[in-house]
Write a protein that binds this ligand. Structure first.
Ligand SMILES: [Zn+2]
Ligand SMILES: [Zn+2]
Length: 153
């Protein structure tokens, strides 16, 4: 079992956070925004309740943008080193997409599937026997159920 709170921070150490409640799901997102933000092929997205995240050191900088679906989204990041910690806002409200790589302990992370597979790099291997969505899943319930079935929390 994974112990709560989850703790993590940015690369330079100026920002530290904790997550007091179990995440809802973990998946790899291959959308072009995640590729830009991470500077890599995909992001390992850990979905947590907004109310469960607390910064214990430092104040995050904030950026906002309008998604291609017209929703205002935001990102919280370290103003000193630039590490993105979470994305928030629509289409899912009340939750943050925590960047999995910012956790101190990443050993328990097991994505249940892949989203935005249509923009995935051609050499990427998707999660074996995992859930897949070409863009955003119409329904996240199978992702939530698959994550719960891992029994990590
Ligand atoms: Zn930093
Ligand atoms: Zn994405």
């Amino acid at each position: 079992m994974v112990e709560l709170p989850l703790v993590g921070g940015c690369m330079c150490g100026a920002l530290r956070y904790e997550v007091s409640a179990a995440p809802m799901m973990v998946y790899n997102c291959h959308c072009t925004n995640c590729q830009k933000i991470s500077g890599s092929a995909f992001n390992t997205s850990v979905i947590v309740a907004e109310t469960s995240l607390r910064f214990t050191q430092g104040e995050p900088a904030r950026v906002e943008w309008v998604s291609d679906r017209g929703a205002t989204r935001c990102g919280l990041f370290c103003g000193a080193c630039g590490s993105r910690i979470v994305n928030g806002g629509s289409p899912t409200t009340g939750v943050f997409s925590l960047r999995g790589g910012t956790l101190d302990d990443t050993t328990w992370l097991q994505p249940v599937g892949d989203t935005y597979t249509r923009s995935a790099q051609p050499w990427v291997r998707f999660v074996e026997d995992g859930l897949r969505a070409e863009t955003l899943p119409a329904d996240f319930a199978p992702f939530v159920a698959a994550f719960a079935a891992q029994g990590r929390f």
